[in-house]
Write a new protein. Structure first.
Length: 304
């Protein structure tokens, strides 16, 4: 292991539309800023791969069942009739329907790229454009990588969204359109195929079967890797500063592993012209299967 890895020092490298976060020789995270995603999958930046400090990959990209599920990404399935999620749109009374409404989220400019002792940070402006090319949202996004220890590290993702459409925008989900238990939206993680059937725990002890739509400050997903047979855990923690805290969760362990901070699971969010909405979420990437006491400690540290 290199000296940088021992000290927990992170470094950034940018090339070919990607920014890589290095811990010594290990790439902990790769931010794909301008992916070659098909228009029907609603192109947007995403993080993949995310890795543990042991080098295990804890994200998936373009899975065959939902090709728009790319690593860790921030997106919306229903925004006033536009689909920034990818694929078909759920329509009340019709089900999932192919529509010409797949928008995109595109990088506009870097605001800052910082690599300091103990952390790295990316800030950039993004434009949310409809299928017709209208800019409905301007986002200022901050990704902070840090708090590295021997077996964990933390990502903090902040999205500040401004309605630049000159009209009220309604951010909903398939649940708000009439489909039960499909309240996904916002920051969304797709895990590797080997995590199917993994273990889900919330801060108040709920498992995968009864965590769907449940509100809790944090949720942990533990899975096992092929080949190495190691286990890894992702701890998702909501920020107490977020409107609607604690978040509702969209989570599945089967037939595929997914977690979403589901801000619009139970009701839509209305954004007036010129209004801002800021959401901050934390993801702790861990080796092993920590007990609930350590998960609670890590969640408190991440959100402090």
């Amino acid at each position: 292991m290199s000296r940088a890895a021992v000290d927990g020092a992170l470094e950034l490298a940018e090339d070919d539309g990607r920014v890589r976060v290095h811990l010594g020789d290990l790439v902990l995270a790769e931010y794909v800023v301008a992916p070659p995603t098909p228009a029907g999958d609603s192109p947007k930046p995403y993080l993949h791969p995310l890795r543990t400090t042991a080098g295990e990959t804890v994200t998936a990209v373009r899975p065959h069942d939902h090709t728009w599920h790319n690593g860790l990404q921030f997106t919306m399935a229903h925004l006033s009739g536009e689909n920034f999620w990818g694929g078909r749109t759920y329509v009340r009374g019709r089900g999932y329907t192919p529509l010409d409404n797949n928008g995109s989220v595109g990088h506009v400019r870097w605001e800052s790229i910082v690599s300091e002792a103990g952390y790295c940070e990316l800030r950039h402006e993004l434009a949310w454009r409809t299928a017709a090319g209208r800019r409905w949202l301007t986002e200022h996004r901050t990704l902070r990588f840090g708090d590295v220890s021997a077996d964990s590290w933390t990502l903090t993702w902040t999205s500040r969204l401004r309605n630049t459409s000159n009209q009220e925008l309604r951010w909903g989900s398939p649940v708000t359109e009439g489909r039960d238990t499909a309240g996904y939206g916002g920051l969304f993680w797709r895990g590797p195929r080997s995590f199917v059937g993994g273990t889900v725990r919330t801060s108040d002890g709920r498992a995968a079967d009864d965590a769907m739509g449940h509100r809790a400050p944090w949720l942990a997903f533990t899975g096992r890797h092929d080949e190495s047979l190691r286990t890894s855990t992702l701890l998702f923690a909501d920020s107490p500063a977020n409107p609607g805290f604690p978040t509702a969760w969209y989570v599945r362990a089967e037939p595929f592993p997914v977690v979403s901070f589901a801000a619009t699971y139970h009701r839509p969010w209305l954004l007036e012209p010129g209004e801002d909405l800021t959401l901050t979420h934390h993801v702790v990437v861990l080796e092993g299967d920590p007990d609930p006491a350590r998960l609670a400690e890590l969640a408190a540290r991440a959100t402090d």
